[in-house]
Design a binder for this molecule. Structure first.
Ligand code: BES
Ligand code: MN
Ligand code: MN
Length: 455
C-alpha cells in the first residue's frame, strides 16, 4: 500500500491534467441539447477506466443517459465494494457570475475551478486514481471492486432504481462507497451518515384566460401573482415551522444523544452567518443551524415567475403565476406523502377565482445509515491516517436519492466518503475542488481499500 500511496503522489500532476480533460466535457444531464456531451463524458470515463487495466468496463443503456458499469474481481474470498458516483453536472448558469468559464478548468490558489470539479467528476476521479495506484504498483487491487457511475444524478436518478432492480446479481457487493459529500471543514475529516430526501413540485395558479391591461381591468381581477405570494407566505408559521397540515407527522425526532453530539461538533454559527451573508439565521424555533440544515426537514421556494419581468414597465395583469417549491425530508417522511400534502395545501387554499396545478418534478428518500460496521470503521481509520485526526460522524442536508435505493433494492449500506467542502460552491458559479483534498481523497481511498480488504 505504501507503494500505491507514493505512486499517487508522484503522479499527482498528471492526474490533475487528466481530470481537467474530463471536466472540459459539459455533461449537463438536465439539458436535452447536451445529450451528446453527456455521452461523451461517459465514454471518456469508460475509456479511462479501460486504460487502467480494469477487467470489464461497459456503457449500459437506459431510457436516459448511459450508466458506466465496471468491475475488477480479484479474489472470491475478498470483500467486494460497489463504488457509486455521477459524471453528470448541474447547468452552469448564471454564466456571467463565473470568474472563468465553467468548462475551461483552471487552477488558482490550489483550487481547481470548473463545473463538476467537486460535484462529482473530481470525486469520482479519485476512485479511478486510487485503483490506478494499486494496478501500477502491484498489478492488482486488494479487493473486488464494482463501479456504477451514472449520468442522471442531477436529474433525480430517474432510471437508476429500475437498473438496480434488473441487475441485482451483477451488483452484489458487501458495501457501497460514495464520494459525493463534504468534509466537516477544511482539514476536518467527517463521514456522513445521513442524507435528506426531497420532494420537488411546480405550482401554477391560473386566473384570467390571458394577460390583461392593468388599467382597463385592474381592480376587478384576482391577481394570480398576489395570490401565489400569499399562499407561499402561508407555508410557514411565525416560528418558522412548516404549516402544511401533517408535514411533521412521520418525522423521526432527534434523540437527546444525537442533539448533544451535534452541539459538541466544532460548528460556529457566527462564521456560518458571515459566510452566507445574512445578519441572522432563521431556523425553526428551538433548533440550531446544524440541526436545521441537516437533520430536520425544510420547505423552500426555489423560483417564482409570472407576468412581466423584463426591463422597464409593462402594465399587465398576469394570467398565470408559478413557483418551484422543494422540501428536504428526513426519515421517515416519504416523497410521495409530502408531495401529496403540498398538493393538498395548494388545492385546499386556492381561491375560487382561479385554478391550481401542482406538478410532481421528482423526489427521493432521506436516509440514516448504520455507523457501526467493518466498512465504516475501515473508512474512519483510513481518514484518520490521512488527516491526523478521527473523522466526525455528521449528517448533510443534501440528497443522493439512490443511497436509500441501495438499501431498499440491494440491501446494501453505504459509506459516504466525501472530500468536498460546503464552500466549494457546488451548483453555484465558481465551483471548485481543493487539490489538497483531491490528493487526500485518493490517499484515503487507497487506505480504505487496503484496510477493508483485511489483508
Ligand atoms: N452531491 C450532491 C448532494 C450533496 C450536496 C451532498 C451537498 C452533500 C452536500 C448531489 O449531486 C446533489 O446535488 N443532489 C441533489 C438532489 C438531486 C435529486 C437533484 C440535491 O441535493 O439537490
Ligand atoms: Mn453530487
Ligand atoms: Mn449535485
Amino acid at each position: 500500500m505504501e507503494n500505491a500511496l507514493q505512486y499517487s503522489r508522484d503522479n499527482f500532476d498528471r492526474s490533475v491534467t487528466e481530470l481537467i480533460d474530463f471536466l472540459k466535457i459539459p455533461s449537463i444531464s438536465t439539458n436535452p441539447e447536451s445529450a451528446p456531451d453527456v455521452r461523451r463524458a461517459a465514454e471518456w470515463m469508460a475509456d479511462h477506466l479501460r486504460s487502467l487495466g480494469i477487467q470489464k468496463v461497459e456503457l449500459m443503456e437506459t431510457p436516459g443517459h448511459p450508466i458506466i458499469y465496471a468491475e475488477h474481481l480479484v479474489d472470491a474470498s475478498a470483500p467486494t465494494i460497489l463504488v457509486y458516483g455521477h459524471y453528470d453536472v448541474q447547468p452552469p448558469d448564471p454564466l456571467e457570475l463565473w470568474d472563468s468559464p465553467p468548462f475551461e478548468p483552471i487552477v488558482k490558489n490550489g483550487n481547481l475551478y470548473a463545473r463538476g470539479s467537486c460535484d462529482d467528476k473530481g470525486q469520482v476521479f479519485m476512485h479511478a486514481k486510487a485503483a490506478e495506484a494499486f494496478m501500477q504498483t502491484s498489478g492488482t487491487l486488494p479487493l473486488n471492486v464494482k463501479y456504477i457511475i451514472e449520468g442522471e444524478e442531477e436529474n433525480g436518478s430517474v432510471n437508476l432504481p429500475a437498473f438496480l432492480n434488473e441487475h441485482k446479481d451483477l451488483l452484489a457487493a458487501d458495501v457501497v462507497v460514495v464520494s459525493d459529500t463534504a468534509l466537516f471543514g477544511d482539514g476536518v475529516p467527517a463521514i456522513t451518515y445521513g442524507l435528506r430526501g426531497l420532494s420537488y413540485v411546480e405550482v401554477t395558479l391560473t386566473g384570467p384566460d390571458r394577460d390583461l391591461h392593468s388599467g382597463i381591468y385592474g381592480g376587478a381581477i384576482h391577481n394570480p401573482i398576489n395570490e401565489l405570494a400569499r399562499l407561499i407566505a402561508g407555508l410557514h408559521d411565525d416560528d418558522h415551522n412548516v404549516s402544511i397540515p401533517g408535514f411533521y407527522d412521520n418525522v423521526v425526532p432527534l434523540s437527546d444523544d444525537e442533539r448533544s453530539t451535534f452541539a459538541s461538533l466544532p460548528f460556529n454559527d457566527q462564521e456560518w452567518i458571515e459566510d452566507v451573508g445574512v445578519s441572522k439565521a432563521r431556523t425553526a424555533k428551538g433548533y440550531s443551524v446544524l440541526e436545521a440544515t441537516t437533520a430536520r426537514p425544510a420547505l423552500d421556494c426555489n423560483g417564482i415567475w409570472g407576468g412581466y419581468i423584463n426591463d422597464g414597465a409593462k402594465t399587465v395583469l398576469p394570467s398565470k403565476a408559478s413557483a418551484k417549491i422543494s422540501a428536504r425530508l428526513v426519515p421517515n417522511q416519504t416523497p410521495d406523502e409530502i408531495t401529496d400534502k403540498i398538493r393538498a395545501y395548494f388545492e385546499h387554499n386556492c381561491p375560487e377565482t382561479m385554478t391550481v396545478s401542482v406538478k410532481d418534478l421528482h423526489g427521493g428518500h432521506g436516509i440514516v445509515v448504520n455507523t457501526d460496521s467493518p466498512a465504516m470503521s475501515a473508512a474512519s481509520q483510513a481518514m484518520e491516517a490521512v488527516f491526523g485526526e478521527k473523522p466526525y460522524f455528521t449528517r448533510t442536508g443534501g440528497s443522493i436519492p439512490v443511497v436509500a435505493d441501495f438499501k431498499k433494492i440491494l440491501g446494501l449500506d453505504t459509506v459516504l466518503f466525501g472530500f468536498g467542502l460546503d464552500s466549494d460552491a457546488i451548483h453555484s458559479p465558481n465551483e471548485r475542488f481543493g487539490l489538497d483534498r483531491f490528493q487526500a481523497g485518493i490517499e484515503s481511498i487507497i487506505r480504505f481499500m487496503q484496510i477493508y480488504s483485511g489483508k
